[in-house]
Design a binder for this molecule. Structure first.
Ligand SMILES: Cc1cc2nc3c(=O)[nH]c(=O)nc-3n(C[C@H](O)[C@H](O)[C@H](O)COP(=O)(O)OP(=O)(O)OC[C@H]3O[C@@H](n4cnc5c(N)ncnc54)[C@H](O)[C@@H]3O)c2cc1C
Length: 435
């Protein structure tokens, strides 16, 4: 194995893999590696999510401009890419429902945000309860935002395909390989892999998802932040429910400042249906089961008590919401009832199988506040992406292109291929759309 790399990306999720794709397209003579501890890319959150290619109606265009733009253009890019490679992508829409007048006001705001973020009149419309009855007779609500430019896919398949393309452009994917130690020596990084051997890198990109904050702390970056992990669980609905609705159904989040969205009624790209996700606090970015959570309980509690997370977890509102989530983890009926509010026909007794849980890691600052947006931190020899949460998979391609453009402009490489063609896209055109 080679020892010296120009760029090492830690994390083979959808973001790290997309970053490698654009970096290797633009800088063909450079040696780039992606380090991923799992045996395949997208093994963690990127392959364990709801699989929606989201329309950007939930994002305030002023406060989350880049995220909203990435989601908007990400939709078009994934659609085009899936068509080219014959990968799953189904434009099946999503319906966001409001149960009362207050919720309708929120939907009116989402309609405005959606249009501001690029959706057209025929992509999104707000309808009342009589109109929704005609389209989706099983849904009960006061009003609904029908978003037609929303789709389902399988992000694990998409990430694997991007990895293949990136490999063809020369990226080295080191799978089953954990970055266990990182230190800076003179003008290079020395990265220890699997506690065994070392590689060198001139530049480090941290796209480590739920471990991104630990990697950042390891190299003395982002010390005022910490993170809290939430496990999103799903229940699989029986086949007889597959035609209950034509689109997935979400409800207006009651507490948008916290990472607790109410579970949705989800139609997967293969047509099967699920309920989820909730957001149960856990102690590790890989806390899928009790064994991992018990192992990480003491270190994580100590870390939280010594950081801003202490303020967040002692906040009364947070505790109430977290208790709700824990209840809906312990009781299937509690979870199902959260969806039954707007889809009364579903019967908890018929739902017997759990789906694949995924974990979201939310960043908290030293004042105990949840970071509302992605956090990008750059210094001379490294770049860190923290709090890269929903709809991160939707926006991964444009977001990665944005970062690569920024790094190239900042002088990481000499822009060898300024007008690079990356698959079906011209790099410069992607960047233009994000302006
Ligand atoms: C329940 C849930 C549902 C979601 N639904 C959607 C959705 O429908 N649509 C959407 O667009 N977004 C959705 N998201 C958000 C989306 O999945 C994430 O934003 C996205 O997957 C984040 O990608 P990532 O590459 O940053 O992180 P990850 O997928 O977590 O990848 C990071 C990788 O880094 C690796 N890593 C970490 N540390 C090391 C190390 N030291 N050495 C080697 N490897 C390391 C990990 O193994 C991991 O594979 C959802 C998220 C959750 C939790």
């Amino acid at each position: 194995m080679a020892h010296d790399f120009d760029v090492v990306i830690i994390g083979g999720g959808i973001l790290g893999t997309s970053l490698s794709y654009f970096l290797s397209s633009l800088n063909k003579s450079k040696k780039i590696a992606v380090i991923e501890q799992a045996h395949t890319v997208a093994f963690h959150t990127s392959g364990r999510n709801t699989g929606k290619v989201h329309a950007p109606y939930l994002y305030n265009p002023e406060k989350k401009k880049l995220f909203a733009k990435s989601a908007f253009h990400g939709y078009g890019m994934w659609e085009e890419y899936s068509k080219l490679k014959d990968l799953p992508f189904k434009k099946d829409g999503v319906i966001e429902v409001a149960m009362d007048e207050k919720g309708t006001k929120v939907l009116e705001k989402y309609l405005k945000w959606g249009k501001h973020n690029g959706l057209e009149d025929n992509d999104i419309e707000l309808i009342d309860k009589e109109q929704i009855k005609k389209i989706e007779p099983e849904i009960k609500c006061e009003s609904a935002l029908c978003v037609y430019r929303d789709a389902s896919t399988d992000y694990s398949i998409l990430t694997n395909s991007i990895m293949k393309d990136s490999k063809e452009k020369g990226t080295n994917f080191l799978l089953d390989t954990k970055a266990t130690k990182i230190k800076k020596e003179n003008d290079k990084w020395i990265i220890t892999l699997n506690n065994e051997h070392e590689i060198n890198a001139k530049f480090l990109i941290n796209a480590a998802g739920g471990e991104a904050i630990d990697i950042a702390h390891n190299v003395d970056v982002a010390k005022k932040f910490t993170d809290v992990h939430f496990r999103g669980e799903y229940w699989k609905a029986p086949k007889e429910y597959n035609k209950l609705t034509k689109s997935s159904v979400y409800s207006v989040p009651e507490f948008p400042d916290y990472p607790f969205l109410d579970p949705h009624w989800i139609i997967r790209v293969d047509g099967s249906c699920e309920i989820g996700p909730n957001a149960v606090p856990v102690f590790s970015p890989y806390g899928y089961d009790a064994a991992e959570n018990i192992k990480e309980f003491i270190p994580k509690m100590l870390e939280m008590l010594n950081s801003g997370a202490r303020k967040a977890v002692f906040d009364k509102q947070f505790q109430e919401l977290a208790m709700n989530e824990i209840q809906s983890s312990m009781s299937k009926t509690t979870m199902v009832n959260r969806v039954k509010k707007f889809l009364p026909k579903i019967d908890a007794d018929k739902i017997t199988k759990k789906g694949t849980a995924g974990i979201r890691s939310s960043i908290i600052d030293d004042k105990g506040k949840f970071a509302p947006d992605v956090i990008l931190i750059e210094n001379e020899m490294s770049f860190h992406v923290l709090n890269y949460n929903s709809p991160g998979a939707t926006g991964a391609l444009p977001f990665a292109a944005h970062i690569v453009n920024h790094l190239n402009k900042a002088g990481l490489f000499s822009n060898e291929e300024e007008d690079a063609v990356c698959g079906p896209w011209k790099f410069s055109e992607i960047i233009e759309k994000l302006q």
